[in-house]
Design a protein around this ligand. Structure first.
Ligand code: UDP
Length: 320
């Protein structure tokens, strides 16, 4: 079985590549190395398990050649990270909506199973916790650029489901909640790599807002197993499925835990959102996945809790 991973040199994509190779697949990666990094897949490529094409998912001809030679497609290529999204909204919208359209067209042409990694951002500011896949979505104003990402990803979901509806193209959609682990770069603002790095350098830990907003963090190893299982699951065709961990923590408590696990003497400073992101930002208070559907379809159960995640990230950052 040969599998295409768009965005396969990224944080999640490179872990997924390793998982698929362990399951006996050969992997073709299409990645423009904009936020992905060659080092993430270098060892897999050198071992002969993986081939890399450096190009963009917005090029129909390149995508077509890649899709044609593969049996299934995981579409992970996407703008990622709140900071990047706020600073480069054109690139965000064009790469997400345009890229998914191109990949889906080729999958439809060759009838290739397609899995989209979507995001818990699509739930927006919904207050009904936990978030289930069929819940209503609550989006902020279009003047807040953050929401362009959620809306673009939601449009990707609509487009994938439209292909399922009109021609029974086997599509699957995974909504990833905050996913963390080794290789995630804090460059685009993700909280855990950022705070861990600050702690290891003895710098102040920057907590935005009042720190009472909460998140649930899933280990990338659990998440990529879920992605691979979903592709193998017939009952997941045409379905949207949450993946992540449902252990909730406030960002302030997270900062305290990182300080304890690293033994850092850093102080924790509260920074107003405006100062952190400029205007165009809006945060969500809570974000917790309902994992019932993932459990039912693929017996998904996170095996790694927050302490393990933090220890893995701390070890990774120390080794860099
Ligand atoms: N955050 C923070 N300090 C940082 C980076 C992020 O307090 O240095 C906060 C951010 O405002 C949000 C949460 O941590 O409330 C998670 O942010 P992240 O960008 O990792 O993911 P999000 O859930 O916002 O997509």
């Amino acid at each position: 079985m040969r599998t295409l991973i768009t965005g396969g040199a990224g944080f999640v994509g490179s872990h997924l590549a390793a998982e698929l190779i362990a399951r006996g697949c050969s992997v073709l990666v299409l990645d423009n190395l904009s936020t992905g990094r060659y080092e993430n897949i270098e060892a897999l490529e050198q071992a002969g398990h993986l081939q890399l094409v450096v190009d963009t998912v917005n090029d129909p001809q390149i995508v077509d050649e890649c899709v044609k030679q593969c049996d299934a497609v995981f579409h992970l290529a996407s703008a990622v990270g709140v900071r990047l999204i706020i600073e480069q909204p054109v690139r965000t919208i064009e790469s997400i909506v345009g890229g998914t359209d191109v990949v889906l067209r080729s999958c439809a042409r060759y009838r290739r199973p397609f899995l989209l990694t979507s995001t818990s951002e699509v739930y927006g500011k919904g207050m009904k916790v936990p978030f289930s896949e069929d819940d209503d979505r609550v989006m902020g104003a279009t003047s807040k650029r953050r929401w362009s990402y959620a809306c673009a990803k939601a449009l990707d979901e609509f487009l994938a489901l439209a292909h399922w509806y009109e021609s029974r193209l086997p599509v699957r959609i995974a909504r990833l909640f905050n996913t963390v682990g080794p290789r995630q770069t804090g460059q685009y603002g993700m909280v855990i790599p950022t705070l861990v790095r600050q702690a290891l350098r003895g710098q102040p830990l920057t907590v935005y807002g009042d720190g009472q907003q909460s998140r649930c963090f899933g280990h990338v190893i659990d998440v990529v197993r879920g992605l691979a299982d979903l592709m193998e699951c017939d009952a997941a065709k045409g379905q949207i499925v949450n993946l992540g961990n449902d252990e909730e923590i406030s960002i302030l408590a997270l900062a305290e835990r990182i300080r304890r696990l690293t033994g850092a003497a850093s102080e924790i400073v509260l920074i107003p959102y405006e100062e952190a992101y400029g205007e165009g930002f809006d945060d969500m208070q809570r974000r917790v996945p309902d994992l019932a559907r993932a459990k039912r379809l693929i017996e998904f159960r996170p095996t790694r809790g927050l302490d393990q995640i933090l220890r893995d990230v701390i070890d990774f950052e120390k080794g860099r």
